[in-house]
Design a protein around this ligand. Structure first.
Ligand code: NDP
Ligand code: MG
Length: 392
């Protein structure tokens, strides 16, 4: 029996993880589940999977959690420290599915004790990827990629020796605006941006998919996960989201992983790794799908992708700033404060402001990376309130 903890259990990836665990109750024992403020939902999840501990990050949600758990024998806790402690509790396997760089600290708590970490939270690798991977190597933690493209690469890499890999290719659906003109994209609404054609996901990553910043973050995620050079990672738009990732070997062989666009496939792979378990996701019926198409990404209509590649190539804290500014920008867009094209514009302006202030040196440790994250967020907020970025 494997003990597991789910960070971000009330989210989209969290719910898919819970679904799999509920189907395999004899295989998994749940140590802790966490959320931000959705206390009643979290209590229900905790009861469903028989967790020992449930934690909300927001202290104001504690009473609601405590009441919802009454009589269950499940421990309740709240606050940022309690979140880190939940991750530090002995569980063999931890799903890191909090959204945003705020997930870095609790995920590090699991890394520090050498756990197997199924990593969905890409922002924490973009914020502090080198430090994160270095600590994982030092503690003997195993990092399993949950993000579908990276999980695909992880599976395909098994087909050959690491030194024989020429490049990897991450596919991108292209998001809801793939076929839109630049003028149409300029006036995209929140509802339109949230409507992903293939995947059902949380709001932040859905907006990132619409700007294609998601693929930019994934580029940086792949760089750290697989220790590649920036030039060895390519992006390919593939609207059907069936081929998730490809690895090209030196002899010209290209090995890909395919599957229905259902996160329960990569999550099941990580849950059972190095074995496999039965998965409930729809089976791939290629005769039914018939056409798989591919096209080059367009960085003119989707400038966020180019910004992310530039940040990766610049190195140091540029990806940290990129991620922090993007989180602020996506929040502002969802709040109706800025228009869709201002998301990428704000990220670019924040990167420029951070360059001027000499903020882009390599952070010495996780705390230093979080300090840069913090400053970058306030730079982005200042730019927002100064209206320095044209809101269209
Ligand atoms: P959701 O928004 O659906 O869920 C986020 C989870 O994190 C919720 O449990 C939420 O709690 C919790 N959370 C949010 N903010 C905080 C905070 N400040 N402190 C503690 N917990 C917090 O996100 P997704 O499941 O879509 O995504 C999770 C991560 O996985 C992201 O990094 C995303 O990029 C990545 N990912 C997601 C995929 C998907 O298919 N959804 C695919 C690949 C990667 P509450 O419910 O209380 O708000
Ligand atoms: Mg992905």
């Amino acid at each position: 029996m494997r003990s597991v903890t789910i960070l971000g259990a009330t989210g989209s990836v969290g719910a898919s993880t819970v679904d799999l665990i509920k189907r395999e109750k004899q295989r998994f024992r749940v140590e802790a589940v966490t959320a931000d403020s959705k206390a009643t939902e979290l209590a229900q999840v905790a009861r469903d999977v028989g967790a020992r501990l449930a934690v909300v990050a927001d202290p104001a949600a504690y009473t609601e959690l405590k009441n919802a758990l009454s009589g269950s024998g499940i421990e309740a806790a709240a606050g940022a420290d309690a979140l880190d402690e939940a991750a530090a509790r002995p569980a063999d396997w931890v799903m890191a599915a909090i959204s945003g760089a705020v997930g870095l600290k609790p995920t590090m708590a699991a890394i520090e004790r050498g756990a197997t970490v199924a990593l969905a939270n890409k922002e924490c690798l973009v914020c502090a990827g080198s430090l994160f991977m270095r600590r994982a190597a030092a503690t003997g933690a195993t990092v399993l990629p949950v993000d579908s493209e990276h999980n695909a690469i992880f599976q395909a890499l098994g087909a050959g020796r690491r030194e024989d890999v020429r490049r990897i290719i991450l596919t991108a659906s292209g998001g809801p605006f793939r076929t839109w003109t630049q003028a149409q994209i300029r006036s995209a609404t929140i509802e339109q941006a949230l409507r992903h054609p293939n995947w059902s996901m949380g709001p932040k990553i859905s907006i990132d998919s619409a700007t294609m910043m998601n693929k930019g973050l994934e580029l940086i995620e792949a760089y750290h996960l697989f220790a590649l050079k920036a030039g060895e990672i390519d992006i390919l738009v593939h609207p059907q989201s069936v081929v998730h990732g490809l690895v090209e070997f030196r002899d010209g062989s290209v090995v890909a992983q395919l599957g229905a666009p259902d996160m329960r496939i990569p999550i099941a792979h990580c849950l059972a790794w190095p074995k496999r378990i039965d998965g409930p996701a729809p089976r791939l019926d290629l005769a039914q799908i018939r056409d798989l198409t591919f096209e080059a990404p367009d960085t003119v209509r989707f400038p966020a992708l180019a910004l992310a590649r530039r940040a990766l190539e610049a190195g140091g804290a540029a990806p940290t700033v990129l991620n922090a500014a993007n989180e602020v920008a996506v929040g502002a867009f969802i709040a109706g404060r800025i228009g869709f094209p201002s998301i990428a514009a704000l990220v670019e302006a924040t990167l420029e402001a951070a360059t001027v202030r000499g903020l882009l040196g390599e952070p010495a440790g996780i705390e230093a990376a979080l300090a840069v994250d913090h400053i970058a967020r306030s730079l982005a907020r200042d730019l927002l309130s100064e209206n320095a970025v044209k809101a269209s």
